[in-house]
Design a protein around this ligand. Sequence first.
Ligand code: DLZ
Length: 213
Amino acid sequence: MSDPTIKGLPPPPVKYDGSDFRIAIVHARWNDAIIKALVQGTINKLKEQGVKQENIVVKSVPGSFELPFATKQLIEAGKVQSSNAAPSMIASTTNLLSLIDNSSSSQSTPKPSSSGGSSASTAPFDAVVSIGCLIKGSTMHFEYICDAVSHGLMKIQLDTGTPVIFGVLTALTDDQALERAGLGRGEKGKGHNHGEDWGLAAVELAAQNRDWV
Ligand code: DLZ
């Protein structure tokens, strides 16, 4: 039987259409099997709501501590990419733009092209899903990183106006994390993949962020 304490997202009040959205996923690589399941769950729900494969940009960073920096850089790079910046401006932002090269992605999607060969959007990102998995150890490391990452991601969405979905599991045990990635073992069943909730939340926030009133 599934653990009744593992809750999922109830359905939204209306069905949102994600076909016009460009969404970024940035994920940590620590706790790899869990991360892969969460990223896949997120992508599945994004696609289910109409987000096109070519408009889902996936980037990885080493650990969760790197998520706020990468999330901020991706948002800024997406804005720069979409603007008709002067050549000197483009030169000075090469470092930012290199972040949206999908070639190193674990879920690589076609790279946006200016030659007309790809239909991938170059619009600013409508939302970013930041995915990590922190599992408590025997030191204070867990507490410091959980605190820094949650505050960092909240600050970024408030500062940039781009929704950031908090896709970070903060688990006390391996089993807690596995259950929340839908990979649980033992009596409690497989649990629920929270990545699916994050995909739904990204499209909901992206839609609302275009039209609040
Ligand atoms: C160092 C570390 C440890 C011990 N545990 C985790 C973890 O459970 N989940 C995670 O995403 N990252 C972990 N890290 C790596 C840090 O997030 C970070 O990558 C390093 O401290 C380098 O900045």
